[in-house]
Write a protein that binds this ligand. Structure first.
Ligand code: AKG
Length: 207
């Protein structure tokens, strides 16, 4: 059994394998890429522990507490394991390799979905929530549990090149969104295996 020395404050672990040129090409072409087998199990365990802690300690940035979809903003600020994950896991290196640029942290967010009922998030873009613009913006979506395709993150491949910003589902003043369109022109298909929160008025959208 190997014993790992604790990492110094800013020291980061490396991914299990390098990000490939094909993965970088796919990211630039599609706007997203699924990168598998890059995290040692200890990071996934740390992430899971950190998420459970955050879920057990709602703060002023928690929305949807006790709902099937719980969203926290900046959960690492109050969850030590999540902070450790952010400080030391290989995620920043992976992101920087994909972007081929230095990485600056913008925000962390938790989407907590209890077992049994997987409530989907509403279709949205992230950029309309941020006070930044540009192309070198990336979300590292890291899952602590196995995520079968039917309940995993869905991306509209290539939509990053549409040059359209849609109004967010909630949380911003629509009047302030100017000419932004309110709905994607072609509503993306929803997979039937998911219980659709959009069709169930008891689950209001959080964002
Ligand atoms: O995991 C989800 O349900 C949504 C994730 C998301 O919207 C995001 O990471 O920006």
């Amino acid at each position: 059994m190997a014993i790992q020395a604790p990492l110094a404050k800013q020291e980061k672990a490396h991914p299990l394998r390098p990000v490939t040129a094909e993965e970088i090409t796919a990211f630039n072409r599609d706007g997203a890429v699924l990168i598998k087998q890059v995290l040692e199990p200890r990071w996934v365990e740390m992430l899971a522990e950190g998420l459970e802690y955050a879920n057990d300690h709602p703060d002023g940035m928690s929305a949807g507490v006790s709902m099937p979809l719980r969203i926290d903003q900046f959960p690492a600020a109050s969850s030590p394991k999540l902070q450790e994950f952010m400080d030391h896991s290989p995620i920043a290196e992976i992101v920087g390799t994909v972007l081929a640029a230095p990485v600056y942290f913008y925000m962390d967010q938790m989407f907590y979905k209890p077992a049994g009922m997987i409530a989907p998030s509403a279709w949205h873009q992230d950029t309309c929530y941020y006070n930044v613009e540009g192309d070198q913006l990336i979300r590292a979506w890291v899952c602590a549990d196995p995520a079968p395709r039917d309940v995993s993150l869905e991306i509209l491949r290539g939509s990053h090149k549409w040059n359209i910003t849609y109004r967010p589902p909630v949380g911003r003043d629509p009047a302030g969104d100017g000419p932004r369109q309110s709905r994607p022109p072609h509503p993306p298909p929803r997979r039937s295996l998911r219980p659709l929160r959009d069709n169930n008025p008891s689950y209001p959208p959080f964002f």
